[in-house]
Design a protein around this ligand. Structure first.
Ligand SMILES: CC(C)(COP(=O)(O)OP(=O)(O)OC[C@H]1O[C@@H](n2cnc3c(N)ncnc32)[C@H](O)[C@@H]1O)[C@@H](O)C(=O)NCCC(=O)NCCS
Ligand SMILES: Nc1ncnc2c1ncn2[C@@H]1O[C@H](COP(=O)(O)OP(=O)(O)OP(=O)(O)O)[C@@H](O)[C@H]1O
Length: 198
């Protein structure tokens, strides 16, 4: 079974994905893959340089994530330009990692994909688990974790589909407003329900 783990920015996907790893599940992490495909020397990073200019490349040859973030989270056209360059490479690498886990004999693979609905990747997974928080809690956690001002945090939230829309497309919704214990408890119930194991 392929489980798609998604939610909104700072809703708690990484927190849940960490719990799943501790239970022994293999996880394909789209955010991690997004870093791998733009490592210095890659074709993808070269295309980003062509599209956004040499100022988004740091002296050591790596992508300046802060600069790229400040551009794309504030401008839909730039966001689309980056997505068009980087998403095909991310998808290819995610499918490769998924297959490698299946080849290793795992029965279940978790795919942690923040933009599962935005990028219409439902076909990649069998079940969809949405990690949800209230808008108020989301804003608070995002500002705290990333040290962002309210306006910047709101721009990032607005660059994704509303969590309510994602909930409608879910097989299960996990409410992450409460304690980590409460979240873990719901996770265990959902896994038991799906009769799944690593
Ligand atoms: C813009 C970048 C450089 C900012 O880097 P930064 O280190 O600050 O953030 P990080 O990569 O950890 O992403 C944090 C969160 O932002 C959100 N996010 C990232 N990219 C996007 C995007 N293109 N559209 C909407 N939300 C996004 C996701 O919820 C993600 O979990 C980086 O996010 C990136 O390369 N984005 C494009 C690739 C992408 O779409 N990644 C999302 C997973 S497929
Ligand atoms: N139940 C919880 N109670 C308190 N804080 C939490 C809880 N769950 C997550 N957090 C905190 O909220 C922040 C966001 O969580 P996390 O990083 O797991 O979100 P995410 O969905 O993976 O984010 P992103 O989309 O940016 O990758 C983190 O600082 C995390 O420690």
């Amino acid at each position: 079974m392929i489980i798609g783990l998604t939610g909104s920015i700072a809703s708690g996907k990484s927190t849940v994905s960490q719990m799943l790893k501790e239970l022994g599940y293999p996880v394909v992490d789209a955010d991690l893959v997004a870093r791998q495909v733009v490592e210095p020397g890659t074709e993808t990073l070269n295309s980003i340089k062509q599209a956004f200019g040499a100022e988004v490349i740091r002296a050591d040859g790596s992508m300046d994530r802060e600069k790229v973030g400040s551009i794309i989270f504030n401008d839909p056209a730039s966001r689309k330009k980056l997505n068009d360059i980087i998403h095909p490479a991310i998808r290819r690498e995610m499918l490769r990692q998924r297959q490698a886990f299946l080849d290793d004999g795992y029965e279940t693979v978790i795919m942690d994909i923040p933009l599962l609905f935005e990028s219409k990747l439902q076909h990649m997974v069998d079940k969809i688990l949405v990690v949800s928080v209230s808008e108020q809690e989301q804003l608070k956690r995002l500002m705290e974790r990333n040290g962002l001002a309210e306006q910047q945090a709101k721009a990032r939230i607005a660059s994704q589909l509303p969590i309510s829309v994602k909930e409608q497309g879910a097989d299960e919704v996990l409410d992450n407003n409460g304690s980590l214990e409460h979240t873990k408890h719901q996770l265990m119930r959902i896994l038991a329900n799906w009769q799944t194991h690593p």
